[in-house]
Design a protein around this ligand. Structure first.
Ligand code: PRP
Length: 232
């Protein structure tokens, strides 16, 4: 599709930086579990990076399609890149979308990968006594909404990792965190309490690009959707 690339730069109506509307499409991924589980789906959709992303320190990768490149970002940055149009398509965990919002994004596909649960958890035997509850989490917006809906007063403590340590060290009573196997909770004397949301990776698309590059993006979404269906 090299012939589709235009040399005419256009200013987007949203006043974003100058963009070439027919430029190469960009797909934003995240290293780790999402990358590992997305690559086989992309392969079945006929999209193959030209080098081994996991073993490279590079952040931009050409693919076998001359109209598509891959960039590798932190998960929490994927919605920002896609919302602002620096990437057209992204793969991101539902937890990130719930926490940081999905404004400006279409979410056309649940990829059914990187599945886990977002849960409240506490020390084994913990019971709510009615007092204010201290909750440690990196998902402060999700936690705030969850406890507000239950009418439970909480003091939220923002952490960036190792949430399971917070009750042990009496920093918090409960945590809100991702639970997959439950091994991390068990290893730290904790038990899962309530499920807040089932999590999996989602394909997200920039809303403006969905209009301006509709055919190219719809083709990619359809191919990846078919690959998801084949695996199911
Ligand atoms: C996540 C999560 C838990 C753990 C749960 O951490 O925060 O700590 O995985 O998995 P499990 O139920 O299988 O034990 P991760 O290793 O992704 O690192 P993070 O703290 O940077 O999120």
């Amino acid at each position: 599709m090299a012939g589709e690339i235009s040399s005419v730069p256009l200013l987007s109506s949203a006043g974003q930086p100058q963009r070439i509307m027919n430029r190469i499409l960009t797909l934003a991924l995240t290293k780790g579990r999402i990358l590992k589980e997305t690559l086989p789906l992309l392969d079945r959709a006929g999209i193959r990076p030209c080098e081994n992303i996991s073993e490279s320190r590079k952040l931009v990768f050409p693919t076998n399609r001359d109209d598509l490149q891959i960039v590798v970002l932190r998960g929490t940055d994927v919605p920002t890149y896609v919302r602002l149009g620096a990437a057209d398509i992204g793969v991101v965990g539902k937890d990130v979308l719930l926490e940081h919002g999905a404004e400006g994004l279409y979410e056309p596909l649940d990829l059914g990968i990187a599945r886990c649960r977002l849960m409240t958890a506490g020390p084994s035997g913990w019971q709510h006594t009615g007092a204010r509850v201290r909750v440690a989490t990196k998902f402060v917006n999700i936690a705030r909404r969850h406890f507000a809906a239950q009418g439970v007063n909480v003091d939220l403590i923002k952490l960036y990792g190792a949430m399971e340590l917070a009750p042990t060290m009496q920093l918090a009573d409960l945590i809100v965190d991702i639970v997959d196997t439950g091994n991390t909770l068990r290893a730290n004397g904790m038990q899962p309490l309530e499920e807040i949301a089932a999590i999996s990776s989602r394909l997200v698309v920039n809303k403006a690009a969905m209009r301006s590059r509709h055919n190219a993006i719809a083709d990619i979404v359809e191919r990846i959707g078919a690959a998801v269906g084949e695996r199911a």
